[in-house]
Ligand binder design. Sequence first.
Ligand SMILES: Cc1ncc(COP(=O)(O)O)c(C=O)c1O
Length: 389
Amino acid sequence: MEHFIPYGRQWIDEADIKAVESVLQSDYLTQGPVIAAFEDKLREITGAKYCVAVSNATQGLHIAVAALELDEGTEGITTPNTFVASANCLLTNNFVPVFADIDRRTYNISPEEIEKKITTKTRVVIPVDFAGQAVDIDSIKQIADKYQLVIIEDAAHAIGSKYADGMPVGCCHKADMTVFSFHPVKTITSGEGGAVTTNNEDLYKRLLKLRTIGITKDESELSQNPGPWYYEVQCLSGNNRMTDIQAALGLSQLSKLAFFKQRRREIAERYNAVFKDIPYIVTPYEEKNVDSCFHLYVLQIDFKKIGKSRKQVMNEIKEKGIGVQVHYIPVNSQPYYVEKYGKYNADEYPEAEAYYQRCLSIPLFPKMSDSDIEYVEVMLKNIITPLVS
Ligand SMILES: Cc1ncc(COP(=O)(O)O)c(C=O)c1O
């Protein structure tokens, strides 16, 4: 196949390559000045007071939960419609993940469903800005205040997105911490990478320690200070650092964030125009005033109506050189979760389950050419046209 169009991919230009090259020729490949520059830029973009760059969002979520220093067995509520990391971070801290169903239109966690799942053990809620669309943070914050819950927003999909009130995702005006991912399919990339933003100084200090093996060299935090060699291990953690090589790529990519977002939105609008009036397809719904970076473009397709299974459709599209994906298999239906917590009951999550049966993410990334977009539109339309009407 000459030209395969994946569902998502990075866009690396000469400026990115030069930025990485200059770090490779510098004194610091890691723990150097570019990490701080990258964090400063993220603070500027999000408006958050503090930012901690990390090795990836999975570890960012893990240390965000660890920073809360809560008791074993604490319950945290998240969505079934997410990458497993949003729930795994509770398990890796010996907490218990609890799942609340999604909203039918946005595919984000439903605030009403969160409230139904709260028990005396609930301390954390981890909403996910699915496909780039910010969650209903006002409603979630109201619930969090009512039950004294901490909000860790999983914004792995949402760098560059805005909430309905116009504030940037990551500003932490309602969330206690926000976690971003810079994996290559995301809106900007650092190869692997992530970041945690917060406005809370105590959390920030704990995150810094948790990033680096539980170690601090901060004089104000040491129990004694015998000399310049001295450091202390004050908690247990792994090495969750990002390198300066990655940060240089991330920093260079951030300068193109507005352009990447604009192009993503442009492609989403083109797809909307083609697919929105087809009766057996549901196009993405964007909440009023929410300004999504469109990390993903997900169609819901009534496969029964078109007379083909999703597997069949995926295979046919792949034969045409087009990559599609399913985001997401409900996390709580994964074998590990079922083994630990018992059988997954699809009836408990009717919206997430109905959505899962029909969803299909089609290619969306800024480097798609206009002819790529048109090709995807034509091929997909052909493949999903019902055999009998
Ligand atoms: C919603 C969500 N959370 C967390 C992650 C983990 O990100 P990373 O790949 O940077 O560890 C991902 C990655 O795809 C994600 O989609």
